[in-house]
Write a protein that binds this ligand. Structure first.
Ligand code: NAP
Ligand code: HSE
Length: 438
């Protein structure tokens, strides 16, 4: 008979329900994998009366974290609630009461990870967080273990399943943004506040965690450009396709000249690159190491089962004692020699620009003049023909999209040009500018 280990689950939402189901239904498999029998001793929720998608013994479900803190026989807590508060205070109390913690909360670990990891270390406890980045893809294990001989030199990644699902469903299924976002919420991909998915925040939080592990440098969200998919139109996806690209919300960290280039932005990715072919709620991470070269990892990045798979692997590693060995060596504490983040204005790339302009004389000359004065050289231009009205001076002026691809330039030059362009009366305000990954 194997030793029994009692655990608590804090949160029984999308992910918590999936985790509870695996613990109950795959008990024998988990015992074989970690050498101990895992007993789900307590489940903490906010609202005990809420109907659940899983049947649990009534006596283990509680709305009191204190019951877990007071129970010294519980040695591990799987914390699956989102947001910063009270998640931070809960995690501190769990660590202080002597429990190891497994978490999927990237928002919390991005903002307060350093202090929580230090606290765990001081208490002789561990925090495992495989599910916090890229759902079912074991990328934290890859960085901490499989790639431990390498210095990671670049990360190019699709890290938000909701955004990728929206982009690919809009393009492949000709569906409306709002309609697809609602489906992503129903499928359990989106955060409780889906703004964090579509405005790039969730991907940026995950990129900060990967960057800390890969480069030993803690970077905060305000140190690099972040833009979401919420300003894009179907037209942009179609123009990108016409140009030989697909649009993906790309999170990038590169080390060059001992500086960190970082950004999270919808990006035109050349169609023949693996990242361009990732559809639905799938994520992909392209990691480059100085010894191994380039490697790619792909899988479902959101949803109940993929995320539960990552949480369970942390649970098994912690129960088996493997996480205690790995945790002290993760690059999670303030680095002795942090790398500087390259200022946004110096980031150098090609850009896609879409303007809606009044179809009248001299408009193009005004735009070209502004771009030229900002040292931006044009690589190609698209303006599709519209039906000829016969009148050049009608009161109702026709609006046409103009798409420009630039040669290599900097974010600083693009921002300066964009500011001048915004003052042109012949340009409508809904401009879209995206970097290009060739
Ligand atoms: P969710 O469906 O909103 O579930 C949250 C759970 O936390 C609910 O059961 C809720 O209780 C409980 N809870 C919230 N505040 C609480 C409090 N103060 N005390 C006790 N329980 C509380 O969220 P989720 O999608 O499972 O996500 C959980 C975490 O995993 C988040 O950090 C999220 O970012 C992360 N994550 C999610 C996914 C995904 O695909 N969904 C993927 C990777 C990571 P009630 O049920 O009683 O309201
Ligand atoms: N909301 C997140 C996403 C869940 O869509 O990627 C996985 O972290």
């Amino acid at each position: 008979m194997s030793e029994k280990i009692k655990i608590a689950l804090i949160g029984l939402g999308t992910v918590g329900t999936g985790v509870a189901r695996v613990i109950l239904e795959e008990s024998e498999r988990l015992t074989r994998r970690c050498g101990k029998q895992i007993e789900l001793a307590k489940v903490v929720v906010r609202d005990k009366k809420r109907p659940r998608m899983i049947d649990l013994p009534e006596e283990i479900v509680t709305d009191s974290l204190q019951e877990v803190l007071d129970d010294k026989s519980i040695s591990l807590a799987v914390q699956l609630i989102g947001g910063i508060h009270p998640a931070k205070e809960y995690m501190e109390q769990l660590l202080d009461s002597g429990k190891d913690v497994v978490s999927a909360n990237k928002a919390l670990l991005c903002e307060h990870g350093s202090e929580l990891f230090s606290r765990a270390r001081e208490q002789g406890r561990s925090i495992a967080f495989e599910a916090a980045v890229a759902g079912g893809i074991p990328i934290i294990h890859v960085l901490n273990q499989a790639m431990s001989g390498n210095q990671i030199t670049s990360i190019e990644a699709i890290l938000n399943g909701t955004s990728n699902f929206i982009l690919s469903e809009m393009f492949l299924g000709s569906r409306d943004y709002e309609d697809v976002l609602q489906e992503a919420q129903e499928l359990g991909y989106a955060e409780a506040d889906p703004t964090l998915d579509v405005d790039g925040t969730d991907a940026a939080q995950k990129l900060c965690l990967l960057t800390q592990l890969a480069c030993g440098t803690k970077v905060s969200l305000d140190q690099f450009p972040r833009q979401g998919i919420d300003t894009l139109a179907l037209d942009d996806l179609l123009y990108a396709d016409e140009l030989g690209y697909s649009v993906r919300l790309l999170a990038v960290t590169r080390i060059s000249n001992n500086q960190l280039e970082m950004h999270v932005q919808p990006t035109l990715v050349q169609l023949d690159k693996p990242l361009a072919q990732v559809n639905g709620a799938y994520n992909m991470i392209a990691l480059e190491g100085d010894i191994v070269g380039k490697t790619w990892y792909s899988g479902l990045g959101a949803g109940q089962n993929p995320t539960a798979s990552a949480v369970i692997s942390d649970l098994v590693d912690t129960v088996a004692g493997r996480n205690k060995l790995i945790f002290p060596f993760m690059d999670l504490w303030d680095s002795q020699q942090p790398l500087e983040v390259l200022p946004a204005e110096k980031i150098r790339r090609r850009y896609y620009m879409r303007f809606n302009v009044l179809d009248q004389p001299h408009v193009f000359a005004e735009m070209a003049d502004i771009l030229g004065r900002n040292q931006i050289s044009l690589a190609s231009i698209i303006q599709h023909e519209t039906p000829e009205t016969g009148e050049s001076n009608t009161d109702e002026q026709q609006v046409v999209p103009v798409v420009i691809m630039t040669h290599l330039t900097t974010e600083g030059q693009i921002q300066a040009a964009d500011k001048e362009l915004s003052e042109l009366k012949s340009l409508l305000p809904n401009r879209v500018i995206m970097p290009v990954l060739d």
